[in-house]
Design a binder for this molecule. Structure first.
Ligand SMILES: *Cc1c(COP(=O)(O)O)cnc(C)c1O
Length: 368
């Protein structure tokens, strides 16, 4: 099966092989060394220098998001969420669940942000201490203007929290040049590790300042997780040891390829996919200037329902992805992250063409 869902992605054979290494105790020196190596490589992938540090959490990307949102905002603080899709909505929902004071700028799904709106919101509300944004809004495929947002947040002295779960490794950005105070990512999307680990990268001074902020959860207490990994060189709880083996190999492959080169590889696959979709008459949700390089949201042709498209492509060996919430049954999504090749994309476009030709609406239903 060729996976065209936005994670977990298809991984390199060497990443999968690492899962079968001999068992290891997480309280022994070997694991400390592995964990430290993984943390340092994560920091490098995120563009952080020696003044940055990362921690790795056993749990999917949401675990790290929830750890950050529930741990970094003091009781007198306030979070401003920039929301233009499912994952933006979730940032506010997580804040709400932990009773973190939170306001949102809602742009509506697939609408781009105007950075001037953030500027005005920060000027108008001095209570806001933190701003949170999703870098790549995976529900629509929109890449939000992180650099402009980071510049405004820094100029106004606010901390920027970035959900980079579907962009880190695949898009060009850096915690340093984009003024990111807290960067959240995952092992199993563009870094091409296996599912089960996620991470947080931040300047060391931000980490140290957490000590003074009471945590709202026990397991996801970011200060406790950091203090254990950074100061005791040990995880506080039992980690997914085998997932660490695989993540370490994936990070080596990532750094060997280079963030720039991986971005180029993904961009070429996205361009190939989009050219094929365009030639077949499909209409994409977003204009070209707002698209990420790893996910494409496509309007479902009139007369075609998602589940039949999904099932027919699945029979042909391709896993595609549905639209979420408001876009359910209006769009379908195709990701080109992970170990997917130009040949896979070519075969996918052929299979899609066959499904279209034989479906009731056929090409005539595309309206192009
Ligand atoms: C995938 C994704 C998440 C959720 O990650 P899980 O690993 O499923 O918890 C959060 N934010 C964005 C932008 C994502 O793409």
């Amino acid at each position: 099966m060729v996976l065209m869902n936005p994670g977990p992605v298809m991984v390199d054979e060497r990443v999968r092989a690492a899962l079968t290494r001999p068992d290891m105790c997480h309280r022994e020196a070997e694991f400390s060394a592995l964990m430290t190596a993984v943390r340092e490589k994560v920091t490098r992938v995120c563009g952080g220098g020696p003044e940055y540090s990362s921690i790795v959490i056993t749990g999917s990307g949401t675990a790290s998001l929830e750890a950050v949102i529930s741990s970094v905002i003091p009781s007198g603080g306030r979070l401003l969420v920039l929301d233009n899709g499912h994952y933006g909505e979730r940032l506010a929902a997580i804040a709400g669940r932990h009773r973190v004071p939170c306001v949102s700028i809602e742009r509506g799904w697939s609408h781009p942000f105007d950075p001037a709106q953030l500027e005005r919101a920060l000027q108008a509300d001095p209570q806001i201490t933190h701003v949170a944004v999703v870098h790549h809004e995976t529900s629509t495929g929109m890449l939000n203007p992180l650099h402009a947002i980071g510049e405004i947040a820094a100029r106004h002295g606010r901390w920027l929290i970035v959900d980079a779960i579907s962009s880190v490794g695949g898009e060009i950005f850096g915690v340093c040049e984009d003024n990111v105070a807290w960067c959240i990512g995952t092992a199993n999307k563009c870094i091409e590790g296996i599912a089960g680990l996620s991470f947080v990268t931040a300047p060391k001074k931000n980490w140290e300042a957490l000590k003074a902020i009471p945590a709202r959860t026990y397991y996801l207490d970011l200060w406790k997780l950091y203090a254990a990994q950074e100061h005791q060189n040990a995880p506080p709880f039992t980690p997914a040891v085998q997932a660490f083996f695989a993540f370490d190999v994936a990070l080596d492959l990532m750094l060997e390829e280079g963030v720039g080169a991986r971005h180029q590889r993904y961009a070429a696959l996205a361009a190939q996919l989009r050219a094929g979709l365009d030639a077949a008459g499909f209409e994409l949700l977003l204009p070209a200037e707002h698209r990420s390089n790893t996910l494409t949201a496509i309007y479902l042709p009139e007369g075609m329902n998602y589940s039949s498209l999904h099932d027919r492509l699945r029979e042909a060996g391709f896993a595609i992805y549905a639209g979420q919430d408001a876009l359910k049954n209006r769009v379908f999504r195709l990701a080109n992250m992970g170990q997917i090749t130009a040949a896979d994309i070519g075969r996918f476009l052929d299979a899609l063409g066959r499904v279209l030709a034989s479906s009731a609406g056929g090409r005539a239903g595309l309206g192009k």
